[in-house]
Design a protein around this ligand. Structure first.
Ligand code: SDX
Length: 430
């Protein structure tokens, strides 16, 4: 019976080391025994950007990047998007099982009761500049929630954790809507608890000012988009959530950090960048020249909404969003930029540059077209991503706190700087 170990020969010393293999991985700390001198610190692994490093064990989300598979707690994303509401999926991510009807009704009632925000939050929402980016406003106000709920610091208390989780999932749409209303100079619209989660959000955003916005298809489409964004294992913002949470700070502060990570154009900010890219291309005729510029690497130009660290196949979420777009456009009218996006995809999927690098549309490639058709400005796109991802961030945070192997995150480094040297006074510095 072959042993489940790795045998390493250190050719510097001729010593052999037998390292246990568990879950197709070795523990990096098992390398520390590899030394030349007994006084050595021991060997580390070096993995910038964590391309090949598992930071945790998780039972929340499974991705098979080569097959384009995404499952939340074992359920295929396609089935959840088809059959669930966003709050039902949030419950699944947080609790590991789909809720019974009574559990679901209690859960929805709890979230609904917490949609209001403290009136003082309006005061610093008003303090943002008139053209403040809503993501900047969101990360600031979510962090500020930690000052309104001091009990959130009791992160070891199960009931306190559950209450903060409900508060955050409930208040994200309210904060997002208030940030939008501030950015357009409109009065805030308060939560209406007679509406469901996505209907309430659309009402706080647009009231009756946007055509079709009360059409049930649009609220349902938004709910599905939230489901598709709900979790995605150890992506950049979730890793930030876990790293910050590992210091045992409150969940509002950790989520603020996750929002900051999501803001970046290589991560959640990509949906906003896709729309800017499509608008820059302008017409289908310009697509070939744009693709040529990307391939030539001109000005670091990337095909935004394409490529993924894990998916080396079509992102399953992008397939669902592409189908969803047609339902939304039946109500709102077809977004003319869709034709440019479809042509861009057609050309890219036939081009050796993209095929060789396994670059396919990701979740951000088509989502912005739906958001724009529903009346959202591009600056709100990543905010919508953040609302959807909140249950995922909180599920991962919760899992971190209950994992006995986890402790405060503190990576090592390879020091390549100056060796020890004497201080030089001003008079001797050239
Ligand atoms: C999200 O991690 C997650 O799960 C994230 C996410 C989630 O749900 O949380 O799925 C959400 O963030 C989706 C990704 C959104 N970002 C974008 O669409 C931005 C554009 N995409 C790229 O920046 C890039 O594809 C990343 C950041 C998504 C992934 O980058 P990697 O894994 O670090 O890959 P890489 O940059 O090393 O690229 C490998 C090669 C390079 O070419 P060579 O140096 O080998 O010649 O592919 C090229 C890259 O230049 N490449 C692209 C490209 N993405 C990669 N070339 C053109 N356009 C692109 N979009």
């Amino acid at each position: 019976m072959p042993k489940n170990t790795l045998t390493i020969t250190d050719n510097r010393t001729g010593k052999l080391y037998e390292i246990p293999i568990e879950n197709e991985t070795i523990r990096a700390t098992d390398l520390r025994q590899v030394k030349v001198k007994e006084s050595d610190f021991g060997m580390m692994s070096y993995d910038p950007a964590f391309l090949n490093t598992a930071s945790c064990k998780s039972s929340i989300t499974y991705i098979d990047g080569d097959k384009g598979i995404l499952e939340y707690r074992g359920y295929p994303i396609e089935q959840l998007a088809e059959n669930c509401t966003f709050l039902e999926v949030a419950y699944l991510l947080l609790n590991g099982e789909l809720p019974t009807k009574n559990e679901y009704e209690d859960w929805v009632q709890s979230v609904t009761q917490h949609t209001m925000i403290h009136e003082n939050i309006k005061k610093f929402m008003d303090g943002y500049h008139h053209d403040a980016h809503p993501m900047g406003m969101l990360l600031g106000t979510v962090g500020a929630l930690s000052t309104f709920y001091s009990d959130a610091r009791n992160i070891q208390d199960t009931n306190s954790r559950k209450l903060q989780i409900i508060r955050l999932i409930a208040k994200m749409p309210t904060l997002a809507a208030f940030a939008y209303r501030h950015s357009v100079g409109f009065p805030y619209i308060y939560p209406n608890n007679d509406l469901n989660y996505s209907e309430n959000f659309l009402n706080m955003l647009f009231g009756n000012t946007v055509k079709h916005i009360k059409h049930p298809t649009l609220a349902k489409a938004l709910d599905v988009l939230f489901i598709l964004h709900a979790d995605h294992e150890q992506n950049c913002s979730t890793s930030a959530m876990r790293s910050i949470g590992s210091s045992q700070t409150d969940p509002f502060s950790s989520t603020s950090g996750a929002i900051a990570a999501l803001y970046g154009p290589l991560h959640g900010g990509a949906n906003e960048s896709v729309l800017k890219m499509l608008e820059e291309i302008g017409t289908i005729n310009n697509v070939p020249s744009f693709v040529k510029q990307v391939k030539e690497g001109k000005g670091e130009k990337k095909l935004m909404g394409f490529g993924h660290r894990v998916y080396k196949n079509y992102d399953p979420r992008a397939k669902i969003i592409k189908r969803l777009a047609e339902h939304v456009f039946d109500i709102t009218g077809r977004n003319p930029l869709l034709d440019i996006a479809l042509e861009l995809e057609r050309i890219a999927l036939e081009d050796e540059y993209f095929i060789k690098r396994k670059l396919y549309p990701n979740v951000d490639f088509y989502s912005g077209l739906i958001y724009q058709a529903m009346g959202f400005p591009t600056s709100m796109f990543t905010v919508l991503f953040a609302i959807g991802r909140t249950p995922g961030w909180l599920s991962q945070w919760q899992e971190l706190l209950s994992d006995s192997e986890q402790k405060i995150a503190r990576p090592r480094q390879i020091y390549v700087g100056k060796t020890t040297r004497e201080f030089v006074p001003f008079t001797k510095r050239n």
